[in-house]
Design a protein around this ligand. Structure first.
Ligand SMILES: [Zn+2]
Length: 174
């Protein structure tokens, strides 16, 4: 794998969604790799423009989290908190997983049905033993991707707001 492709795959793993800059000779390979990725490249000539876009993106994330919380309180196809989110995931209802940046949760995975749970009790779905997992969010995100859903990591004030409710939530199909 070329260095540029590797860099882009690392950025994708970190769920980076935008890259800003000016294409040129010196970053041609990087631009090519970006084009084939899920990351959107935004042409910006000035740093201030990139800062402005970041600010807009922060506001969008805050709006998104507020909408998620409101919908969850009204029980309108949304949940917040780890337990409810994992339950919805198990029921194949998650359309979009939303979590705060830096969230790193331990949990368990059933050794039989692979259900993800927050506790180390036997699986609530099939009663089999569970094994501890360090990367609960990563496993949850992979499951959402399997369902062709979306995963969104929010940062800044949006992350702080979501943190009050367990740092995680989901928009549901039904
Ligand atoms: Zn199970």
């Amino acid at each position: 794998m070329k260095a540029a492709a590797f860099i882009v795959s690392c950025l994708e793993n970190e769920r980076v969604r935008f890259a800003f800059g000016i294409p040129g000779e010196e970053n041609l390979e990087l631009m090519d790799s970006l084009r084939d990725s899920s990351i959107r490249f935004v042409l910006t000539r000035h740093e201030e423009a990139a800062a402005f876009i970041l600010e807009v993106e922060r506001r969008r994330e805050s709006d998104q989290v507020e909408q998620l919380i409101t919908a969850a309180h009204k029980k309108q196809n949304a949940v917040v908190g780890l337990e409810d989110t994992l339950l919805a995931l198990q029921e194949w209802r998650v359309w979009q997983l939303v979590y705060s940046e830096g969230l790193n949760l331990r949990g368990s995975q059933c050794t039989n049905c692979e259900a993800l749970t927050a506790s180390d009790e036997p699986c609530p779905y099939c009663s089999h033993a569970v094994r501890a997992v360090n990367d609960l969010i990563q496993l949850a995100a992979e499951r959402v991707f399997d369902l062709e859903g979306k995963v969104e990591q929010v940062r800044g004030p949006a992350a702080g707001r979501l943190k009050e409710l367990g740092s995680i939530g989901a928009v549901l199909h039904f």
